[in-house]
Design a protein around this ligand. Structure first.
Ligand SMILES: [Zn+2]
Ligand SMILES: [Zn+2]
Ligand SMILES: [Zn+2]
Length: 79
């Protein structure tokens, strides 16, 4: 068995196991525009939209994500 074949087998096994590429290391967030705040009703709050450069997943402002963190720690519109 060659190394290339083995690598492919491991990749296939991971895909089958639904192994997420960011599961162990976390998403590599990058800002990708902004939107009206989905988390709070603060006037003028514009939450940055984050997108993972590794897997392409978007952050939706859920608790624990970077958008939510922005709103709770950095947002200038907090009451
Ligand atoms: Zn990711
Ligand atoms: Zn904000
Ligand atoms: Zn906000």
């Amino acid at each position: 068995m060659t190394t290339i074949t083995l690598t492919k087998l491991v990749a296939d096994a991971r895909a089958l196991a639904n192994d997420h590429p960011c599961k162990s290391v976390g998403h590599s967030w990058e800002t990708d525009g902004g939107r009206s705040c989905p988390s709070f009703d603060w006037v003028n709050c514009s939450q940055p939209v984050y997108r993972c450069t590794r897997c392409g997943e978007h952050d939706y402002g859920d608790s624990g994500g970077p958008g939510h963190r922005h709103c709770t720690t950095e947002c200038p519109h907090r009451p």
